[in-house]
Design a protein around this ligand. Structure first.
Ligand SMILES: [Zn+2]
Length: 87
């Protein structure tokens, strides 16, 4: 089964070309010793076509859109500084 290889930036909507190096981000969980010490963790890595299919991955066309996504996430964290990991 072949999958579609077309991706759009989750921030600006740009369509990825085969030659561009893009970035991928996830919200993961930084595990504390107790469940109440868990907190959300922002992960960023370079493009990998094997990983780009994963659920929950954000596709980012460059540094500017990566920064925008991090800014949004930081704002969410500021608004809710006691937030724990999503189940
Ligand atoms: Zn973008």
């Amino acid at each position: 089964m072949s999958r579609s290889e077309s991706y759009h930036c989750d921030v600006c909507g740009k369509l990825k070309s085969d030659t561009e190096i893009w970035w991928m981000a996830w919200i993961d969980c930084f595990k504390g010793d107790k469940p109440e010490e868990d907190q959300p963790l922002f992960k960023l890595t370079r493009w990998s076509s094997a990983q780009a299919h994963s659920d929950d991955v954000k596709h980012l066309c460059g540094a500017r859109c990566s920064e925008t996504l991090i800014d949004r996430w930081i704002s969410d964290q500021r608004e809710n500084p006691e937030a724990h990991c999503e189940p």
